[in-house]
Design a protein around this ligand. Structure first.
Ligand code: KG4
Ligand code: ZN
Length: 356
């Protein structure tokens, strides 16, 4: 199956080509264009994002065609594609529409099958992608049931996965997502947008035990999260230490301490849920999965537990939004006998929830 993937749910325009045969990724080509324009606004502006997708997507698709076919002729790509996959939700509705309508147009023009993909399911699938871009996909047997910690800019969820496409939501954030906690803290510290990579880079130079920030709901036995209190605590903490804001060492210690608080909550609650559900595998997914401290501590604690659980994390290149994970999610979603979705009436679903 040769799949063209398109992702435009937020502020990354991305296209990918994925060729899977007999459970092996034979070829993968992947392009991402991050919309730098939002940095000056300190966050994503939906109308601007949609306009940027509309500008970026056609040349990005042309470049993909060139990379896949070896020819500067966009028409050739259609001959090498069996299925078109695009993110249908959740996300910003106007941004989703640009990617979805591009996919619908290509499906109609080329006469191809099309599948609308759930963005969170796509993040989950990123953990199955081979790190080198080629190689075998993991076998389902021995993998499920799996517990997935999804941590992105808009979502923080624990999903129980009993098979491909079979999800049950165990818990979610009541307010801010983990990525938002990184982004908002970074903004308070004057580090710009997106905040996650900036905080984690600064945190490497700091001591995570210097300041004790709140770890909301860490002792509660349910599987929900809450991060807005942490952000408020950081706001008051910094307000009372204005004179230190130019001190590199101080900022590094704050970044490291905030990162530690977020990671402690995520790791503790994930392991508690994994034990309660007696899963075989713990998986990490979403943009915050790029955080090295989170990857390291979750991996170590899964390995240290008595239950011999497997740990699966996405390759670093596929943590934040990308079209490769969208293409793979479509592969798992499409049954061999299915005709896919209809391009005619396909709508974006900005609040599509998985597993409820
Ligand atoms: O999944 P994603 O690319 O977009 C959404 O679907 O929301 O996630 C973006 C989020 C942002 O909040 C960003 O700050 C965070 O992922 N992020 C990180 C890191 N890289 C990206 N957070 C912590 N550490 C990182 N290294
Ligand atoms: Zn995402």
């Amino acid at each position: 199956m040769r799949i063209l993937g398109i992702e435009t749910s937020c502020d990354e325009s991305s296209v990918a080509y994925l060729d899977i045969r007999s459970g092996q990724v034979r070829r993968s080509v992947h392009l991402v264009s991050t919309q730098e324009i939002h940095r000056k606004y300190g966050g994503v502006v939906p109308e601007v994002a949609a306009r940027e997708h509309a500008v970026t997507l056609p040349p990005l698709l042309f470049e993909l065609a060139e990379r896949v076919t070896g020819e500067a002729d966009g028409r050739q790509l259609g001959r090498l594609v069996d299925l078109i996959a695009a993110t249908r939700g959740p996300g910003l509705v106007t941004s989703l529409r640009v990617g979805l309508d591009t996919a619908r147009t290509l499906a109609a023009a080329w006469g191809k099958r099309i599948v609308g993909v759930n963005h969170i399911e796509a993040h989950v699938c990123s953990g199955f992608l081979p790190a080198s871009g080629e190689g075998p996909l993991p076998r389902g047997r021995g993998l499920f049931p799996a517990l997935v910690l999804v941590v992105s800019g808009g979502h923080t969820e624990l999903l129980l996965m009993s098979g491909h496409r079979r999800f049950r939501l165990l818990g979610a954030t009541k307010d801010d997502a983990a990525g938002e906690a990184f982004d908002k803290t970074a903004k308070l510290m004057g580090l710009g947008y997106p905040g996650g990579p900036a905080i984690s880079a600064l945190a490497r130079k700091g001591n995570p035990r210097t300041f004790e920030f709140p770890r909301p709901l860490i002792h509660r036995s349910d599987h929900d999260f809450s991060f807005s209190g942490l952000k408020t605590a950081v706001r008051y903490f910094l307000r009372d230490r204005q004179e230190n804001l130019d001190d590199e060492r101080f900022l590094a210690d704050v970044a490291a301490s905030v990162e530690q608080a977020i990671v402690d909550v995520l790791v503790t609650k994930t392991l508690r849920a994994a034990r309660a559900e007696r899963v075989r595998t713990v998986m990490l997914a979403g943009g915050v999965a790029a955080n090295r401290k989170l990857r390291q501590e979750l991996k170590e604690q899964v390995a240290a537990g008595p239950l011999k659980m497997r740990y699966v994390e996405p390759p670093l290149d596929y943590c934040t939004d990308n079209a490769m994970m969208v293409a793979l999610a479509a592969y798992y979603r499409l049954r061999p006998w299915s005709r896919g979705d209809s391009w005619v009436g396909m709508e974006a679903d900005p609040s599509w929830e998985l597993g409820r």
